[in-house]
Design a protein around this ligand. Structure first.
Ligand code: OGA
Ligand code: NI
Length: 343
């Protein structure tokens, strides 16, 4: 990544970071080892008031957490030619890249993506008429067997946590705990190692531009640098999520918004960078099988409360989103609002 100011990174004035940081007062911190009724209640109110919360005593060992953090450091410290060997392209969509665009502005970051299931089945293209299915396989750098092992172990532990969270969320909306579990057979979940290098233009660029996560749920590990900002539902203010050692940050994805018929909403967030310290983060994106049709759950809709969305195919949605993040397109990024039914 060069140091001269590249216009591709520059956010429009209204989306630039603010000079003053408002730190999170009230993004809930939930102790998952507490009494189950309390946990369910706290998760329910966090989901409806914030769409974001942090969890502690979540069952992922501090050792696993430290290992993935040092693995992320190790990966991004590899020589550029080693990283290029596992670089993503339009056919091999997993692996390394440093040219992601969010809403057509380039992000100040480099990433490494791998799926939880290897291989993962996905639509071959975003064309809705193309029924062909492709096989996504992970790309691992050479001569780093421990890196691969650490990533896979991390995936298994965090996956368990993500399912437990889906169960708590289900109960919080009055559904049976396992209501969502069937969607995650043949899951398309993936993990991303994020590296945000120091940035010479932190007042103009963002590590990740404002966006919502498209999947079901995100379980994010961030280091102690900080930079994640969440758009507060009550007033639209950008609020910094203060790093809490060993906690995970959880956010509701678009899919929970649709399944719950907007009882819970996914919330915009973005990442600020700084000129001094590099930052690492590791999101786990819990996603269902590619063939899943996402629509409001029948038990949450009736004549008084009709479905707010028409059904959409997750695999096609995701393939469309991926294509637009890969290169700058002239089309608007696909959003769940495109499937919204008028009221
Ligand atoms: C993301 C994201 C936040 C962070 O990758 O979708 O929101 O803190 N990351 O890196
Ligand atoms: Ni995100």
């Amino acid at each position: 990544m060069g140091t001269e100011v590249d216009a591709a990174f520059v956010q429009a004035p209204e989306h630039r970071p603010k000079p003053t940081i408002v730190e999170a007062q009230g993004i809930p911190l939930i102790d998952l080892s507490g009494p189950i009724d309390d946990v369910v209640r706290e998760i329910g109110s966090a989901c409806s008031e914030w769409g974001f919360f942090q969890v502690i005593n979540h069952g992922v060992t501090p050792d696993t957490r430290r290992r993935i953090e040092s693995t992320a450091r190790e990966f991004f410290a590899l020589p550029p030619e080693e990283k290029r060997r596992v670089k993503r392209n339009e056919v091999r969509v997993l692996g390394y890249y440093d040219t992601e665009h969010t809403k057509n502005v380039r992000d100040w970051k480099e990433v490494f993506d791998f799926t939880v299931e290897d291989p993962t089945l996905m639509p071959a293209s975003f064309d809705p008429h193309d029924k062909e299915v492709a096989t996504w396989s992970n790309q691992w750098p050479q001569n780093t067997p421990k890196l691969r092992e650490t990533c896979q172990e991390y995936a298994q532990e965090v996956k368990k946590l993500s399912i437990k969270l889906m169960e708590l969320i289900a109960v919080s909306i009055g559904l049976p705990a396992t209501r969502f579990n069937g969607f995650f057979k043949d899951e398309t979940s993936f993990i991303r190692l994020n590296h945000y290098p120091p940035c010479p233009i932190p007042h103009l660029a963002l590590g990740v531009g404002r966006h919502k996560d498209a999947g079901a749920l995100t379980v994010l590990a961030q280091d102690d640098v900080g930079g994640l900002e969440v758009k507060r539902k009550s007033d639209g203010e950008w609020i910094r999520v203060k790093p809490t050692p060993d906690a995970f940050i959880i956010n509701v994805g678009d899919m929970i918004q649709v399944w719950s018929n907007e009882r819970y909403e996914s919330v915009e967030h973005r990442v600020m960078v700084n000129s001094e310290r590099e930052r690492f983060s590791v999101p786990f994106f819990l996603n269902p099988a590619h063939y899943t049709m996402i629509k409001p759950l029948e038990e949450l809709t009736d004549e008084q409360n009709p479905a707010k969305y028409r059904a959409y195919n997750w695999g096609k949605f995701f393939a469309t989103r991926k294509a637009s993040n890969f290169k700058k397109l002239d089309v608007e990024n696909i959003q769940i609002s495109h499937f919204k039914l008028s009221e």
